[in-house]
Design a protein around this ligand. Structure first.
Ligand code: MG
Length: 166
């Protein structure tokens, strides 16, 4: 990592295929749907994108390098494990979350009933106030695979700021 900077910005992106008969978990929130994520872990695109945003801000290895998808330890894993590790690394490096902005791209179902739970899950794992976390849901206007309900994607941007000295 470069010498200590007062702020560090990071971006994360993730996408998973949606297939019938699987569970859909978004930001730690189980969502009732006729499809779910095909993935090695639980396929939580929000936790994966936010994990990569934080690791990216820190200039560290990405989620695929830290938690390879051919490692049996992570088969069916609750993705909060990945985000908790990114948060641990953030605190160790002397940073905390300034703010986090997340966009979930999902044709259906609607994300709005679950936003509050997702924000609260993220704030708890990152050790910040829920007001520092924002989440938006977008459809893909029925265009391409995401718009046809065959995939879910997520973009995340995070600003880390140097934690106050104790
Ligand atoms: Mg993923």
């Amino acid at each position: 990592m470069t010498p200590t900077l007062p702020f560090r910005v990071g971006h994360g992106f993730d996408l998973h295929r949606l297939e019938p008969g699987l569970k859909l978990v978004v930001g730690g929130c189980p969502i009732e749907h006729d499809r779910g994520c095909a993935a090695h872990s639980d396929g939580d695109v929000v936790y994966h994108a936010v994990t990569d945003a934080i690791l990216g801000a820190l200039g560290q290895e990405d989620i695929g390098q830290l938690f390879p998808d051919d490692d049996p330890r992570w088969k069916g894993a609750d993705s909060s494990v990945f985000l908790a590790e990114a948060a641990r690394r953030m605190h160790t490096a002397g940073y905390r979350v300034g703010n986090l902005d997340v966009t979930v791209v999902l044709q259906r179902p609607r994300l709005s009933p679950h936003k509050k739970t997702i924000v609260s899950n993220l704030a708890r794992l990152l050790g910040c106030d829920p007001r520092q976390v924002n989440i938006k849901g977008k459809t893909h206007e029925r265009v391409d695979a995401i718009g046809q309900g065959q995939a879910i994607a997520c973009h995340a941007v995070v600003l880390l700021i140097v934690a106050d000295e104790k």
